[in-house]
Design a binder for this molecule. Sequence first.
Ligand code: ADP
Length: 559
Amino acid sequence: MALDVAGSLDPREVIARILERGIHALQADRATLSSLSDDHVIVEATHGRDGQVTWVGQRYSLDYFAGQPLVKKAIETMQPMIGGGLASEQAAPEFRQAIANVRHVAVIPLVHGGKAIGMLVLSRYEDDPFTNEDLAPLTLLGAISGLALRNARLYEEGEAARKRADETAARLRAAVEAAEDVASQVQLDQVLGRLLERALASVGADGASVARLEGTDMVLESTTSGAAVGTRWPIAPKVLAGVKTGKSVELTAAEYTGAPEGLESIVQPFRRFLVAPLAIGGETIGLLAMGRRKDEPFDPAAVQSLQQLSTLGALLLRNARLIAQAQEAERAKSEFMSIAVHELRAPLTVTGGYLAMALEGGFGELTEPLKGVLQTAQRKTEEAKALADELLTVARLEGRALKPSADRFLVTDVVQEALVRARPRAELSRGTLKADIADDIEVRADRTLVSKILDNLINNALVYSDHPPMVRVTGRRDGDQVAITVVDDGIGISSQDQGRIFGRFARGTDRRVLEKPGTGLGLYLSRGLAEQMGGSLQLASSRPGKGSTFALRLPVGVA
Ligand code: ADP
């Protein structure tokens, strides 16, 4: 019997078995099982000898037992009690009839952990009393049943907890996915569009909008229909009150008031609204509103998931705003820079022209001291013009005004041309230039920009050396890229400088670097240009005193 009763973990199954077993083991006509808690009793189920189990599920106050001394005693002593019928006039009306037929009862407390957690009442309709001999099997039945019922309940609670945990996990996973999805969009309008799509799907709404708050008005930033963006709406008083508490607010169509004139048609299709504040750091910066065509309330899970999305939305909205502001500031700055540099460059060109003419004798014979001064002025003018050109490229790069072309050309060609341009400078320092590049590798890039990068790298390799430099340029295919390296045997770069040399206006800290002219823009620009072409520029290796290797990667130019 123990195995049979305890053989299931489904509480209903366990109760049914306890009832059946009780009837048969003790020749009862009816068995009724109730569970007990601190202040109430639930009559779970009852079973007649020849019938089926009837599930009752009725809850009563424990006071109910006051009129049933046998029951009261069984529970208090946690011992089975046997006796004549129950007091039918004291019973709940729905049981009176059944109890009136009963001639003898056995009340068995179902005991677990020193507590009565339930009660089994066996009744006989014939005049055949339960005897003291029945007490031992009744006690056993009570103990086994108590244990089985407890286990089944625990299992059920465990299952429910697991299910709740699963649901929470699924919801969290969905929130994380939504966050990733929405966060992958950098543009403000895309972020908002994505947020709305997600919110629609998780709440089960038909239309949605996101708005920023401006006093007691809101200005629509994005709507799923794309309509009315930029329009200003008064906020319904009920929503305004809710926003202050940071909770979402549900409205019926009747409660929704104040659509601006001419825009009523936007809210007309909706019968229900759910509005969540987008709050961050205690400040409400916007509203996320959902509309549903059916006149059905939003269920609590929907409200909860909107609440989650709105937290995420607020964060993203603020970040996207900050990014948009930063981008705008960057663009304005670049624009200013290119205008300023243009203005500077024009007089430099004129001055350069006059200086060249003067040095060629165009204004008459020059004295030696004057010639020397004019030559210095010409050199400085050229340097200033070079700086202006670099700054102009920086401005175009940062202002995203640079649109590199994607031509296919041989790496060996562009490298050989760069070496030809570098030769005069190499000769000045008695340096050696070498190239080691397969004849047939091609890249897809902007040829002018690649030349600019190579000039920068080769120039640095020749300049930053304290002995006649040896510079080698190699090229090889590397997957879907071509890697071009510029290797030198110069002064190298200290590990502390390695982290900063690609920065804007960043120069090395070595004395031998600082005594050479330079702007600190070369590597910054070169890396930016490489990235604009879908490539990269890295310091592959460098050892102080032993030299450096820079690696430029560009997309391979396969047909
Ligand atoms: P600049 O040469 O005008 O200083 P770059 O951006 O071209 O600006 O280089 C930044 C810094 O990186 C240099 O100041 C120098 O310290 C270091 N550097 C670049 N190339 C080399 C090299 N080949 N060998 C040693 N140091 C280098």
